[in-house]
Write a protein that binds this ligand. Structure first.
Ligand SMILES: *Cc1c(COP(=O)(O)O)cnc(C)c1O
Length: 819
């Protein structure tokens, strides 16, 4: 949409607004990619103020802003356009309404207390072969998320599916015209986000406003309150209900659970049929039946519906079972604390408990913002605990403690604070039980799970996050302030653990992350990483995952380009960001310079993908003897990038420097650099000492004296010529301790002194010679770290630090710390 048109829509009438094309709406300054075509909405929320990021965005060449405040520093930005409005959020919403109104297609709008995201994702799974669907990403259902979701509607969209969530009264009235669903789904009514509603009824009525103009409303009629509220609401379309009653449009005649699925017999238009839902928990059954009803309304045949329902796949669950200490199982559900999710989690607890016949324990914090009085709330909780056969409850928090008497269990203990429980002997007595941890975030139940989680291994890789940031800043100082940094977190962040490292880098405002394969990117998204992520090897089978997680693929060949475009087309996506890799001389993946013309033609003839950046990789940036070749690579790359930029009007970022490149060729930083081994502490310059980020450590399990003439370890390789003291440490080749370090091939550090490896390296154990070292059982052993560098270990192995770092196997527990 043109900026001057947007100005009109948002009511910022200023005749000087240029008619430039705006393709991207931005509310989070951190996701800027295309400054020239982006419009930033500076939104002032309770926690943050978007206006504070305008100067920074201006620095990054963004010029178009919707603002509600004029700050003095804006005056200096003479070439920027400020659309001044009363309320930037309302302006964003008004723009989304105008965009929505340009489409005359079916749109499904979903609201309700639980299940919105699952129903949306399942409808997508069930209907994407029939329609090109645009849907809300993840659970983008807020006052900001909904307009941004709807903005994604494009000419190719045949069906929109959007979810709407509200946490305060009067919010739905604003979301309704943005989604304007033709088909409404009311998932269910529960007490999540209850605190601002005078009662369930008010909330129900508020939610129903989403459907004011819908032609049909799909809902479960078993909940009387929902039924009555719908009857009394402004909704004038078709009631498409499902439920036990024979008055329901779709009558549920029978439900029968087996071990892994649920058969449901239903009656629609007087004809009986059945579906088998591949789930057994009540929430999934309810969500699946909502989808069945929608498909019936859309006119799908019952046999076809049954076929598709059988293939439903779980949408990522947040409940996870982990092995705990003393034969416990731990379910840590600290995501959301309300009665509904407690009830769901208790169901899950029951399911898991039956498999292992363990007794059931609930560790529960105060439930915040329930909207109920404490008396009512904990009475309900007590009822739930009782009904779900929990055998023991440990309550943490002042409110739940006050209501200790309400709980009828014999085995109950209460603590005011999490720390009190951490110090209590009860924590150390938990055994043979399955424990559900359900805490509001502020109670930091992760401190409890850390204590209960099983530690199987004395060997750890310590990751120093401060060192990581110091190293990042060392490289940053070599760059212009506006140059972006892409941090390479491929291969489990060079072995250090991708999630924690990515979280830290995101926090310190790195601009992009890069992973090797889509799985790695999806994991980062699951863990809440929001900044752009590039996938360097986007395998064909992973495109779905790439789209679902908003990952951005590296495209290096025509085969890949064509497949990716076809895939985007199927999903009705347009302008999906991609990154073009040029082979400028390394002869690994990449388009060759001679391919450029054809590449331009193919890119111009489609609108499914849009090139966000073009890049290449240097093959010898760390060695002076290759400097002229490096320059040649840069020239070749520049030439290709010029051709690409020349063919498109939007800005295409360029980048070629890796860590060594930043240190040795910073004049070629272009728009972005790709920092890898550098932030993990390895420099290409001999006199630069970066901070060690990773330290691999273990402990001494046992010490013994071995007499002269005996041997140590497999194949009797460790020959003992004189009496020796031998220490056994729990690390082996399965942990990434290379066998080449055996038989004196390498050393470790004990109490500041070197000890040689004696005998062969075993799978899980290594023997070291501590004859001349003061050492005791339980002492710490450094494999590499502050005092024994990765580079030295790499030298023994005749390899490079990269391999040493990435070889530390996954079973080695990563421990993150900040100094
Ligand atoms: C791994 C990688 C980098 C980072 O290289 P370092 O030498 O670790 O800095 C940069 N670009 C590409 C394409 C890579 O694969």
């Amino acid at each position: 949409m043109k900026l001057n048109k947007i100005a009109q829509i948002v009511g910022a009438n200023d005749s000087n607004v240029p008619s430039v094309e705006i393709n991207w709406l931005l509310t989070d300054s951190r996701s800027l990619s295309f400054p020239v075509e982006s419009l930033f909405f500076a939104i002032h929320t309770a926690r943050n103020n978007g206006h504070n990021y305008i100067a920074e965005l201006y620095q990054q060449n963004l010029r178009y802003f919707v603002v509600s405040e004029m700050h003095p520093e804006f005056e200096k930005m003479t070439d920027a356009v400020f659309l001044k409005v009363e309320d930037s959020l309302k302006a964003l919403q008004a723009l989304a309404v105008a965009h929505r109104n340009a489409f005359d297609i079916p749109v499904i709008g979903i609201t309700g207390s639980n299940g919105k995201t699952v129903v949306k994702e399942w409808l997508y799974q069930l209907l994407h072969t029939d329609y090109v669907i645009t849907r809300s990403p993840r659970s983008y259902n807020s006052q900001i998320g909904v307009p941004l979701s709807v903005w994604a509607l494009s000419e190719s969209t045949q069906l929109g599916i959007f979810e709407a969530g509200i946490s305060e009264p009067h919010e739905m009235k604003r979301l309704q015209p943005i989604i304007r669903p033709t088909i409404g789904i009311f998932t269910n009514l529960g007490d999540a986000h209850q605190e601002n509603f005078s009662g369930l009824k008010q909330k129900c009525e508020e939610k129903l406003q989403l459907f004011d103009q819908s032609e049909v409303l799909v809902y479960c009629s078993d909940n009387k309150l929902v039924e009555i509220s719908i009857a009394q609401s402004a909704f004038k379309g078709v009631f498409f209900s499902w439920g036990k009653s024979d008055k329901a449009t779709v009558q549920i005649v029978q439900k029968e659970k087996t071990v892994s699925s649920t058969k449901v017999v239903l009656k629609y238009n007087a004809v009986e049929s059945s579906v088998t839902i591949p789930f057994t928990d009540d929430a999934s059954i309810e969500n699946a039946l909502q989808c069945v009803a929608v498909m019936l309304y859309l006119g799908l045949k019952t046999a076809e519906i049954a076929k598709r329902i059988l293939l439903l796949e779980a949408v990522a669950m947040r409940l996870e079972v982990k092995e705990g200490v003393r034969d416990c199982l731990i379910i840590n559900d600290s995501y959301n604390s309300d009665l509904n999710s407690l009830s769901i989690a208790l169901d899950f607890l029951n399911q898991q408990a039956t498999a292992k016949k363990l007794s059931k324990t609930l560790i529960l914090s105060d439930i915040l913002q329930s909207g109920q009085t404490s008396d009512e709330l904990y009475k309900t909780v007590s009822g739930l605990v009782h009904n779900k056969n929990v055998q023991r409850i440990i309550g943490i928090g002042s409110e739940i403690s006050k209501h200790a008497d309400i709980f009828e269990l014999v085995d109950k203990t209460f603590f005011e604070q999490t720390e009190d429980f951490l110090k209590s002997p009860i924590l150390r007595e938990l055994k043979n039980e399955i424990i559900l941890l359900k805490g509001s975030r502020t109670y930091h139940f992760e401190d409890i799970s850390e204590k209960l989680e099983l530690v199987t291994h004395e060997t750890t890789l310590e990751v120093n996050l401060n060192a990581l940031i110091d190293n990042l800043n060392y490289f940053r100082a070599k760059l212009r302030p506006e140059t972006k940094i892409m941090c390479m977190v491929k291969a489990f962040a060079y072995g250090s653990g991708a999630v924690e490292v990515a979280r830290t880098l995101q926090h310190h405002r790195c601009d992009y992350l890069a992973v090797a394969v889509a799985d790695e990117g999806a994991e980062l998204r699951r863990e809440g990483i929001r900044i752009p992520i590039v996938v360097m090897n986007p395998e064909k089978g992973s495109f779905g995952m790439i789209f679902d997680n908003k990952l951005e693929p590296e495209i290096y060949s025509f085969r890949l380009l064509d497949a990716f475009i076809a895939s985007a087309e199927k999903l009705g996506l347009t302008d999906y960001p991609i990154h073009i890799k040029i082979d400028s001389g390394m002869h690994r993946l990449g388009f060759e310079p001679k391919n450029m013309e054809e590449l331009l033609t193919r890119l111009k003839n489609q609108n499914q993908v849009k090139v966000r950046s073009v890049f290449s990789h240097l093959s010898g940036s760390d060695e002076a003897k290759f400097d002229s070749f490096t320059k040649q690579q840069i020239d070749t790359f520049t030439d290709c990038a010029d051709q690409l930029s020349g063919a498109f009007s939007h800005n295409i970022m360029r980048h070629i420097l890796n860590s060594a490149g930043i240190e040795r060729f910073s004049e070629y930083q272009f728009d972005m650099v790709r920092l890898g081994i550098g932030h993990y502490g390895i420099s290409s310059l001999p006199d630069v000492k970066l901070k060690q980020v990773c330290a691999l450590k273990t402990i001494i399990l046992q010490i013994k004296t071995v007499k002269a003439g005996e041997t140590v370890g497999y194949s009797r390789k460790g020959i003992v010529n004189e009496d020796k003291r031998i220490a056994i440490i729990p690390i082996g080749y399965a942990d990434g301790f290379d066998r080449k370090l055996g038989n004196g091939g390498g050393e470790v550090l004990v109490n500041g002194k070197r000890a040689k490896v004696i005998g062969n390296v075993c799978m899980d154990l290594v023997m070291i010679d501590v004859t001349n070292v003061e050492a005791n059982e339980g002492d710490s052993v450094e494999i590499f770290g502050d005092n024994l560098t990765i580079s030295e270990v790499a030298g023994w192995l005749k390899t490079i630090p990269y391999e040493v770092l990435t070889s530390v196997s996954r079973r080695v527990k990563r421990v993150y710390f900040q100094e």
